[in-house]
Design a protein around this ligand. Sequence first.
Ligand SMILES: Cc1cc2nc3c(=O)[nH]c(=O)nc-3n(C[C@H](O)[C@H](O)[C@H](O)COP(=O)(O)O)c2cc1C
Length: 177
Amino acid sequence: MTGDIGLFYGSTTCYTEMAAEKIRDAMGTNIAGTSRVDLFDIANQPIALANAYQQVILGIPTWDYGELEESWENIWEDIDQVNWRDKSVALYGLGDQLGYPDWFQDAMGYLAARITSLGARCVGQWPTTGYRFTGSQGLTKDGDYFVGLALDDENDFELSDARILRWCRQVSDEFEM
Ligand SMILES: Cc1cc2nc3c(=O)[nH]c(=O)nc-3n(C[C@H](O)[C@H](O)[C@H](O)COP(=O)(O)O)c2cc1C
């Protein structure tokens, strides 16, 4: 038996993993119409397991001046083993807007572009209001939104829990549309 939502994340220093656990808890307990969320660390579990879900959440931090995090880089070619055409997908990213202001959340943008090109329906866009950065590949075309939830535990740690809760409510509505 699988749960309602499969959450796949890569994480080098555990922040994206911690956010995955918070998202699982928020989806499971804190919102109306709760969903079970199954967590998968892509460093040791194949992304093809996403084929068992119609609703998927992907978590990706940006590393090394706008690069993919290592475990995502390692499985990048495997992403097309998933049939994204029948899926709704919400993305979240970890980044550091003050340390890397020209590359904030770039990897989330690259992942969104990759799965969109493979037919995924992306949900969970997040306003850029309140963030301080100068450049990002993680934005929608109009530039007013991130392609998913932008978390920054380096500079905005105290905002992360509230952002996660609000985004989970939004995503659970958008998954149903
Ligand atoms: C060497 C290094 C390079 C980084 N490069 C970027 C970057 O280009 N853009 C960005 O938004 N964040 C960058 N970050 C911040 C990370 O995304 C942030 O620390 C994140 O929480 C790491 O997630 P993880 O612990 O799940 O690997 C960088 C961090 C380090 C240590």
